[in-house]
Write a protein that binds this ligand. Structure first.
Ligand SMILES: NC(=O)C1=CN([C@@H]2O[C@H](COP(=O)(O)OP(=O)(O)OC[C@H]3O[C@@H](n4cnc5c(N)ncnc54)[C@H](OP(=O)(O)O)[C@@H]3O)[C@@H](O)[C@H]2O)C=CC1
Ligand SMILES: O=C([O-])CC(=O)C(=O)O
Length: 265
């Protein structure tokens, strides 16, 4: 299977490393913006020597697209790829908080007679939540807790110095839609939980900067006709990007391998 990888940062590079010896998965193209072409070429030389480094998904020779780039890449690359009939695996699930984008993705996938797969990424329990929704959900709450440095470059810096934070600090409380839009690199999981469960506007989210933690913690509490569950993930962050959990990479690789494996779980 010939794959186009969109993005070659923390997730993209780690993904290339993991799939480099997968016989069924050939990275044929790495799609990055103009300014990142040289850096991506250096990574490709080491981990995917057969891949061309380009600015858009090639017009031919691609069977599957995997996105690990950021919200803007969904409109820029994933929508046109779907329209062309290419199945797409998406990590930047928070992009779907933009009104109308989920419908656009569905329409593009329908037009291309293909599918867009939103990965679970850094969170677990998405299978249980999506199944529970069928019986009816009453409440879903998500709490994201990361070390202060993981909130740098976000609205969490407004009015506070993250470096000198001494106690856990609530930096956001609101809906999953607001969280995903305001924290595009930190609240994709909020969107994923909401899309699997009660939706972007009925899923309540809390985001916390906590100097006492070293991992990225994700907690989900859900209740409904199925019963209830409480989930806590304690994810190791990637060295290359403390905002991002290593599990996100494993989730993307799992999705890729799921396209070629004879038995899938
Ligand atoms: N579902 C989940 O659980 C999670 C999802 N994510 C999503 O994955 C994204 C990537 O994470 P991570 O690898 O850690 O981030 P990085 O910032 O380390 O890497 C992003 C890469 O994508 C490139 N890029 C940015 N915009 C575009 C674009 N429009 N088209 C093509 N390439 C682009 C960047 O290039 P340049 O440097 O030139 O901008 C860079 O190579 C996050 O932004 C987030 O949306 C992240 C964590 C968890
Ligand atoms: O990787 C994580 O821990 C979660 C994350 O950044 C996100 O939800 O965007």
């Amino acid at each position: 299977m010939q794959i186009a990888l969109i993005g070659c940062g923390a997730i993209g590079s780690a993904l290339l490393e993991l799939v480099q010896n997968d016989a069924g998965l050939q990275i044929a193209a790495i799609v990055v913006p103009e300014g990142s072409q040289d850096a991506a070429r250096a990574v490709a030389q080491r981990l995917a020597p057969g891949a061309q480094v380009v600015q858009t998904v090639p017009a031919a020779g691609i069977d599957l697209v995997v996105e690990a780039a950021g919200h803007a890449a969904i409109t820029q690359h994933v929508l046109p790829a779907l329209q062309r009939g290419l199945p797409c695996i998406v990590a930047s699930v928070g992009a779907l908080s933009a009104p109308g984008l989920p419908e656009q993705l569905e329409a593009a996938a329908r037009a291309g007679r293909t599918q867009v797969q939103l990965i679970a990424g850094a969170i677990g329990g998405i299978d249980a939540l999506a199944a529970a929704r069928i019986g009816g959900l009453d409440s879903v709450r998500y709490t994201g807790r990361k070390p202060p440095q993981a909130w740098k470059g976000t609205p969490a810096e407004q009015g506070r110095d993250l470096d000198s934070l001494a106690v856990e600090t609530l930096i956001f409380e609101g809906t999953a839609r607001e969280a995903a839009a305001q924290f595009p690199k930190n609240a994709n999981v909020a969107a994923t939980v909401s899309l699997a469960g009660l939706g972007l506007d009925r899923t309540m989210v809390r985001l916390i900067a906590d100097p006492a933690v070293r991992e990225n913690l994700h907690q989900v509490e859900a209740a409904g006709a199925f019963g209830s569950f409480e989930l806590t993930m304690r994810n190791q962050p990637l060295t290359a990007n403390p905002k991002t959990s290593a599990l996100t990479v494993f989730s993307a690789v799992r999705a890729l391998r799921g396209h070629v494996a004879p038995l899938v779980i």
